[in-house]
Write a protein that binds this ligand. Structure first.
Ligand code: CO
Length: 279
């Protein structure tokens, strides 16, 4: 069985998005424009309200999925179809924008830590104009697997080697999305589909990756080589995301909040948005 070695380390860029939210863009940055099917991966985390309070006022999406996973704090969302709710600490919202939504994402707090991630997952051409769909799960609905060695795995999507299954359904890229806590000196292995693209993002601590034991530090994203087995070793108490998905291998045309297959389809999305036909 082949071990997935570390192919690339991405540090990401500090950017300001929405109405002035400070975040770190890791996928979708000059260093790593995409990792098919993942179009963007942002990490946000601040206890300074001026860095997050302005939030993300109403904006459109078409052609892909946005995945928000909260580590701390609360985020309120509302959309043009009347869906609304609050994603709280440990919760996930997996939104399939399909043919179009206009939504807002605003912090539901005026002080304290707000931290989490937003991942953009591409949709195949045949699904880009499908009806929007939401999968929203609170922390208590996300299965947790505890090992005797202290390993703790929150299974957002996909299946662990011990058979714990996540709560998100996505037949297009079969995603794996694990939030793993590893005590110091503990190793972790997980099988992934051999053709998947996979990455590890270190939230806290320090890991060594693969048989070659290349180091990966807190705040870094490691793109993994193809292979069947992810092998990680925690040099210190560590916390990480392991994310994997089947590449779509289709042309990608991006225009701000729209991700389609051709330039013309992106222009159509802008026209539909301007003329109120998007949602
Ligand atoms: Co959005």
């Amino acid at each position: 069985m082949s071990t997935r070695e570390l192919r690339q380390i991405v540090n990401g860029d500090q950017v300001s998005d929405g109405a002035g939210v400070q975040l770190k863009r890791v996928i979708g940055s000059p260093q790593l424009s995409m990792l098919d099917p993942f179009l963007m991966f942002d990490a946000f985390g601040s206890d300074r309200p001026q860095e997050y309070l302005a939030g993300f006022p109403p904006h459109p999406h078409r052609g892909f999925e946005t995945v928000t996973y909260m580590l701390a704090g609360k985020m309120r969302h509302e959309d043009s179809a009347g869906n609304r709710g609050v994603i709280e600490t440990g919760g996930v919202q997996w939104m399939s924008a399909g043919r179009g939504v206009i939504h807002s994402e605003m912090p539901e707090q005026e002080e304290g830590l707000l931290a989490g991630f937003q991942l953009w997952v591409n949709l195949p051409a045949a699904e880009k104009m499908s009806e929007p769909r939401y999968q929203e799960r609170s922390a208590s609905e996300i299965p947790i697997e505890n090992h005797e060695n202290g390993t703790r795995i929150k299974v957002v999507a996909g299946k662990t080697d011990n058979g714990t299954e996540g709560v998100i359904d996505n037949p297009y890229v079969n995603p794996l999305y694990l939030h793993v806590e590893l005590p110091a000196e503990i190793s972790f292995e997980q099988q992934v589909a051999e053709g998947d693209n996979s990455f590890v993002y270190v939230i806290n601590g320090q890991l060594s990756v693969g048989d070659k034991q290349r180091p990966l530090k807190a705040g870094q994203l490691g793109v993994l080589e193809r292979g069947e087995t992810v092998k990680l070793f925690a040099e210190t108490d560590s916390e990480l995301l392991l994310v994997s998905g089947r590449p779509l291998k289709e042309p990608v045309a991006r225009g701000g909040p729209f991700v389609m297959n051709t330039r013309e389809e992106v222009e159509q999305a802008f026209a539909d948005y301007r003329e109120g036909r998007l949602a």
